[in-house]
Design a protein around this ligand. Sequence first.
Ligand code: PMP
Length: 315
Amino acid sequence: MPSIATPDGNHAEVLWRNGELVPWQEATTHVRSVGHASVSAVFEGVRAYWAPRDQQLFVFRLTEHLDRLVESARLARLHMNWTTPELAEAVLTVLRANSYRADTYIRPWTFVAGVVSELITSADAPTETVIDTWPSPPAPTEVTGARVATSSWRRISDQQMSPRIKAFANYHQARIAAAEARQAGYDLPLFLNERGHVSEGSGACIALMRRGCMVTPPLSAGVLDSITRDTMLTLAAEHLGMRTVERDIDRAELAVADEAFFLGTGWELLPITEVDGLLVGSGKPGPVGTELAQAYRRVVRGEMADYSYWLTPVR
Ligand code: PMP
């Protein structure tokens, strides 16, 4: 068998595949499955954080992520063999089997099984569900902020291909837009939706601060139903006592915002310091984003008891 490597050699000992723990090296699929298994596939991105004080690994908002996986499969008309509680148990099983004592990324996904000839697979086609994990440090605490360009592409809409479905295929657009932004000398793209309002980034939702209020586009703006967005709205209101509102945002409003940031499991909170060549606020990460990011970092490691209901202990 050819050797299978990740770019950084960073991978689990075992992964979970259809109810069994499988050595990572042996979890293979025939090469002819590559195309259709990506087209007919939905996934999740979850993080677990190591808490040295408690000697504990906490999975952050596991149920919400797995509910979203089940919803994505339903909307994508992919057969799902597992319930959220079963998947949650599977995540804990695979994390324990790998004995992680470090921050870990968790990637569950469901795809049409086997070597399939037809590209358009039916709703009753058998599927596989796999849960892979790998050590992954959290987002950096010292950030200069992202320089962002409005994409020339409009975010896919619910009229065409729902951005609510976390499907690998939906990231084709994010990839093209990210390459376009980089070619123009920016760090990341920002999508407007089909109505011309601000939608989201290539892998995160967006929020801004204006006159003491945190503003984020509604879920009907062509965005993923982001768990980090929900977390930050909750922390802004409850922990910082701040007004929050979900409403349409125009592109120009970003340039007059006091702060803006991307919100997502991967980046946690990434300040946006420039949009299309105009500075956002001072052009540096702002105080509210900094405070929210700090609160988030404490919450995910079990250091804020009020929010321990978001954590699932592994050990
Ligand atoms: N939008 C897109 C397109 C994403 O890929 C992500 C990352 N999963 C998000 C938003 C943020 O979602 P979450 O906070 O649940 O990670």
